[in-house]
Design a protein around this ligand. Structure first.
Ligand code: AMP
Length: 850
């Protein structure tokens, strides 16, 4: 998808009043937010190619990238603190409470002094005290949190040595931003995608497509990519090295902010500017660069003024060079352009979702953070098409209790941390439940009666969807509250005018909400996908303590999008956006309707037929056929699809100018001699579906997973390995004969074959190294289970082998014929290692040694 930076957003209501906030503010509703956005960011709506990950990428060397620079330590502490904050549980919070209260008290004092215009020296003294208290709090947070000893250099060494991935064309020096996956990387990616397919495509009964990568220009013109898929770029005047300007500015400011000499006020101002960056125009960024005298971070040379650089790779399709196009910058457009066919396949019904997995290409300006910013990457995208007036999801109740860490736009603007809450609360708000108004069945019954007697159900004819919600509301506890809040939301989505026309309705709704916070996630479908994304990421092994969902700020979000949340993983590069999840409204389908002339809409039955005016073109089919030949059908379709306003416009143009351009075809009066005005009875209305889009960057998920599962053995820091979950581990089990003696061979072969027959990937390592070395080798590539054939296997009856679990290195001994099914059940997640150790004796040493 293309996202835009604009000052417009449709944030849900947020109430914020925080002692630590950059602004102590109460923001109530979209209008406030919009006004605030304009005030802070200016009205200029600038498109961004996409969101950037939290890290800045401007530096040449991996180790100093991500804005770490020479202030690596400060940045590392900041990341450790962010992680630690997420890891705090109730008990730890209790220990922190006095320190937090002390900071708050001091913060309040500083603010009071400032508001009263106290002498500078007094304020400075109290600010110093505040800093000291904050440091004490931070130190305690770090002390309480489990130590994170991740070592990127060690992990990269393992990745390279065991060929998970490496620079493309390495023997020719390699190219930044391009990587080849080796055997382990390929298998891991395949397994991640296989789980993705099961989790989304199979379980959500989605459709799937596989579309062309070579995309003609008009498609990407319509989608907005040709004009707006660009970043601002500056160049080193001497070397010509290119930099992405927003990353360069961010990196520069982060360095200044990390400097002890920078005052607290300056830091606050710079951090505000960094938050504003996404919404800035090119001129504003240029001014910033000049004002702060920014130079090339690599050479110290001067930089040119910024230019806009479109990130798409241009191509010409075919030998003539006449058909211009681009390598696709995302897979989503392939789904949109096939919408009509997909809708037909789905028998004209909404909602439905379609998925596509494939490569996308973006000519990144300075891709310098390993797999995180590359020029060629795999995306797994879903486009869920739904009724714009009903974004409830039938399975939302199943995920409503899922706890998630959500970092709302309001929290970001107020300098607050992310909050843990259920997605049910996040979508429906806490209004009803926390009011206590509906805490008993009797109270829910009262609401039921109230709505039935006085609400819109009686005064308007309910739609099928209303009745479904109505029925759901009447289900027995414990879902009463949930459905009541859903019903409330359903009602509150009506326009003000509609609600006001219902006696008592407005009052009731206000009474119920009591001005409380509404849900911060725009709708159930968006919330449903966020919860499903989280379930997927946790299933494959992402560390739950290093996962959060961050809402886009108003200036990051495309003007047409209602709401957007990124699933971000914490890595040594900072918080990285791995999955975007956006409600894109009807934008994409509307754009392709305009661009192609093919109407991308769905017919929705009306409750009652209505009479409508129409202006139908009366074409001369003969002339159209002769003029346009094979395109005549498309022209006819475009004529039939004209709205009354378009038909009036075309009629006028043909009369006044003699010609009119219809979907790229030049039409003359002879082709459409007249238009006929008539009244038609219609039974359906046309709606353009809304699109909810989860968009996975597979390489980023893959990399985050590697970081989250990288381990170093406590007793030997040279023994590193990946603690990959069994579902995604490239190889599920190894078979290791104790030595290469001939008598082990039949057992090894028999076991390996039996495991392969169960579709388990097996590695036989019969090399000469010691068994310990061979275990270490299999651990390195994340093989979760290992079987050893030893002398007891050969000498004793019944024949037994040992089975070893990678993370604990524990071993059990069991009969050889029990092994394949035991491994299969472990690999499928049907049993756990504990079940195995409960059943079989722990192995310490073999009884026979030859
Ligand atoms: P976007 O369409 O920009 O929202 O990107 C969708 C997803 O693709 C993001 O959530 C990232 O995970 C991933 N992504 C975007 N750009 C890149 C890149 N240059 N390299 C790797 N992954 C990317």
């Amino acid at each position: 998808m293309v996202t835009a930076r604009t000052a417009r957003s449709l944030f849900s209501v947020c109430v914020a009043s925080r002692p630590w906030s950059v602004w102590t503010s109460v923001c109530v509703g979209a209008r406030w937010w919009e006004a605030r956005g304009r005030q802070l960011y200016g009205a200029g709506a600038v498109w961004d190619s996409r969101k950037q990950a939290s890290a800045g990428w401007g530096s040449r060397h991996q180790s100093t990238s991500a804005g770490w620079g020479s202030k690596k330590h400060a940045a590392k502490r900041k990341i450790q603190l962010q992680t630690a904050e997420l890891m705090m549980d109730a008990e730890m919070e209790q220990q922190l409470a006095p320190l937090r209260a002390s900071c708050k008290e001091q913060g309040d004092l500083v603010r009071k002094l400032k508001a009263e215009g106290a002498p500078e020296v007094d304020i400075k003294k109290e600010v110093q005290e505040l800093k000291a208290r904050k440091k004490e709090l931070e130190d305690m947070i770090l002390k309480l949190s489990p130590a994170d000893t991740f070592d990127r250099a060690k992990m990269n060494d393992l990745i390279k040595r065991r060929f998970f991935y490496d620079n493309s064309f390495a023997i020719y020096g390699g190219i930044t931003g391009q990587y080849d996956y080796g055997p382990m990387g390929c298998d891991l990616v395949d397994n991640l995608l296989a789980e993705w397919h099961k989790h989304f495509v199979i379980q959500e009964r989605m459709l799937k497509v596989n579309c062309s990568i070579l995309t003609p220009e008009p498609v990407l013109k319509a989608s907005g990519h040709v004009d707006k898929f660009a970043d601002y770029m500056v160049k080193d005047v001497k070397t010509g090295e290119c930099f992405r300007l927003d990353h360069l500015i961010k990196q520069h400011f982060e360095k200044v902010m990390a400097d002890k000499k920078t005052s607290a006020e300056e830091k606050e101002a710079l951090s505000l500017t960094v938050a504003r960056l996404d919404g800035m125009t090119m001129e504003e960024m240029n001014d910033l660069m000049r004002k702060h005298d920014m130079k090339s971070p690599l050479t110290g040379n001067n930089l040119t003024d910024a230019t806009e650089f479109n990130l798409m790779f241009p191509i010409s399709i075919g030998p003539s060079g006449n058909l211009k196009g681009f390598l696709r910058p995302e897979t989503a457009q392939g789904i949109f352009v096939n919408f009509k066919r997909l809708l037909e396949y789905n028998q004209g019904k909404l909602p439905f979702a379609c998925a596509q997995v494939g490569n996308a290409y973006r000519n990144e300006i300075s891709p310098r953070s390993g797999l995180l910013r590359v020029r060629e990457f795999t995306m797994a995208e879903i486009e869920h098409f739904c009724d714009p007036d009903d974004k409830n999801h039938p399975k939302f109740a199943q995920v409503a209790d899922t706890e998630m860490v959500l970092y709302s736009g309001c929290a970001q603007m107020d300098g607050e941390s992310a909050k843990r809450m259920t997605i049910g609360e996040a979508v429906h708000g806490s209004g009803l439940s926390s009011l206590g108004l509906l805490s008993t069945p009797a109270e829910v019954g009262a609401l039921d009666r109230y709505l039935k007697e006085r609400s819109y159900i009686l005064e308007h004819s309910p739609s099928q969807a209303d009745l479904v919600v109505w029925e759901a509301l009447r289900q027995p506890p414990p879902s009463d509250l949930f459905h009541a809040s859903r019903w409330y939301r359903h009602l509150s989505s009506f326009s003000e005018r509609e609600r006001l026309s219902l006696p008592g309705e407005k009052l009731m709704l206000e009474e119920l909400t009591g001005g409380r916070q509404k849900g911060m996630v725009a709708n159930e479908t968006l919330g449903y996908y966020m919860a499903r994304i989280q379930q997927y990421l946790l299933r494959i092994g992402i560390n739950p303590k290093k996962l959060r969902f961050r809402q886009h700020l108003s200036n990051e979000m495309a003007h047409y999008a209602c709401d957007c949340w990124d699933a971000e993983c914490l890595t040594s590069y900072g918080w990285i956006e791995c999955v975007g999840c956006a409600d894109r409204s009807a934008y994409d389908l509307q754009q392709h309707t305009k661009g192609s002339g093919v109407r991308m809409c769905v017919e929705r039955p009306l409750k009652e037929a209505v009479m409508v005016d129409s202006l139908a073109a009366q074409p001369d089919k003969g002339i159209i056929g002769k003029t346009f030949k094979k395109d005549a059908k498309a022209v006819q379709e475009a004529l039939t699809a004209l709205t009354i306003e378009q038909a009036e416009q075309m009629d006028k143009a043909l009369t006044e100018q003699g010609e009119y351009e219809l979907s790229g075809f030049k039409m003359t009066r002879a082709m459409v001699p007249s238009f006929k005005r008539e009244q038609k009875k219609v039974f359906v209305e046309e709606i353009v579906p809304s699109v909810i889009e989860p968009s996975f960057g597979v390489g980023r998920v893959f990399y985050s997973l590697l970081e989250h599962s990288f381990r170093v053995r406590e007793d030997d820091d040279k023994r590193t390995f990946f603690s990959l979950a069994t579902v995604v581990a490239p190889i599920k089990v190894s078979v290791l004969p104790l030595s290469n003696k001939q008598e082990f061979v039949p057992f090894t072969t028999q076991l390996a074959d039996a495991l392969t027959d169960l579709n388990l990937s097996v590695k036989i390592d019969d090399s000469t190294g010691s068994i310990g070395r061979r275990y270490a080798r299999t651990d390195e590539i994340g093989i979760p289970l290992g079987i050893t054939v030893d002398f007891d296997t050969v000498n004793k009856v019944p024949h037994t082998v040992t089975v070893r679990e990678r993370d604990s290195t524990q071993q059990v001994r069991m009969p050889i014929e029990e092994v394949p099914l035991t491994i299969k059940n472990l690999a499928d997640g049907k049993t756990q290692w504990k079940d195995v150790t409960d059943k079989w004796p722990i192995f310490t040493s073999q009884e026979t040694t030859k």
